[in-house]
Design a protein around this ligand. Structure first.
Ligand code: NAP
Length: 250
């Protein structure tokens, strides 16, 4: 039993990393989960974790930026579970990591398509149901790159800042319907995203620059996301929580 009993969460990109940890934590606190991802094997594994926690899971496989497919996934989820009470806009692709002069239109379009277009139109599909019920919790996953910026990360910085700013506007726009919209801006977190780009030695070196001298575990993001989706955060909207081991205070 938990404070998500009877609630259903749609978590995009939850076949891996932060999305998977969030799905498991929410299921342990009572939520049914619509596990969305591009990667079927990963999504099925997450769905199994939700079921092991005693909750219902369904799997939706499509590109988050395919508007028609996401509208379909939302409609299917609402049909199956009766409602989508919680939306976590989490699906993401890594930063391009190159100097400004080397950024291509292709890099720009990929980052904007997945992070900005995906977040905007998935939210657009979920909000009408939340408005009808006069309740809902939405969390956009930004990044410290969207709050303080990184050198050599132009498209990701821009996309993650947009994801953050969209959530702030929606928080104001959707407040009359008692829909909370907040932001989690993760710092360095040990998921396949950084691990596919950096060697263990590079990760250890980067960790030295974090006051806590380590990367986060995905669960440490999941707890912040779950809090913002819980009744404990009913009066919290338009806010950013950035679990980052102190990185942005230096
Ligand atoms: P992850 O383990 O790579 O998980 C991201 C998931 O999103 C993957 O399963 C990926 O599928 C899926 N995905 C990518 N593009 C998609 C698309 N177009 N449609 C549907 N699903 C898609 O990475 P993570 O670290 O958990 O990242 C989760 C979120 O946190 C992202 O928004 C990321 O930008 C943000 N973040 C992460 C960190 C960090 O240090 N890890 C820091 C700041 C912010 P595939 O595996 O098939 O690509």
């Amino acid at each position: 039993m938990g404070y998500f009993d009877g609630r259903t969460a749609l978590i995009t990109g939850s076949g891996s990393g932060i999305g998977r940890a969030t799905a498991r934590i929410m299921a342990e606190r009572g939520a049914n989960v619509i596990v969305h991802d591009l990667n079927r094997a990963g999504a099925e594994e997450t769905a199994e974790l939700v079921r092991k926690a005693g909750r219902k899971a369904s799997v939706a496989i499509c590109d988050v930026s395919d508007i028609a497919a996401m509208r379909n996934a939302v409609a299917e989820g609402e049909k199956q579970f009766g409602a989508i009470d919680i939306l976590v806009n989490n699906a993401g692709v890594p930063s391009d990591r190159c100097p400004l002069e080397e950024v291509t239109e292709e890099m720009f379009e990929r980052s904007m398509r997945v992070h900005v277009k995906g977040t905007l139109f998935t939210t657009q599909a979920v909000v009408p149901g939340m408005k009808r019920r006069m309740a809902g919790k939405i969390v956009n996953i930004s990044s410290i790159q969207g709050t303080v910026g990184y050198a050599n990360g132009a498209t990701y910085n821009g996309a993650k800042a947009a994801v953050l700013a969209m959530a702030k506007g929606w928080a104001k726009e959707l407040a009359p319907w008692k829909i909370n919209v907040n932001i989690v801006a993760p710092g360095h977190c040990l998921t396949p995203m950084p691990m596919s780009k950096d060697s263990p030695e590079t990760i250890a070196k980067k960790a030295e620059g974090i006051p806590f001298k380590r990367y986060a575990q995905p669960e440490e993001m999941g707890y912040a996301i779950a809090y913002l989706c819980s009744p404990e955060a009913d009066f919290v909207t338009g806010q950013v929580i950035s679990p980052n081991g102190g990185y942005t205070i230096i």
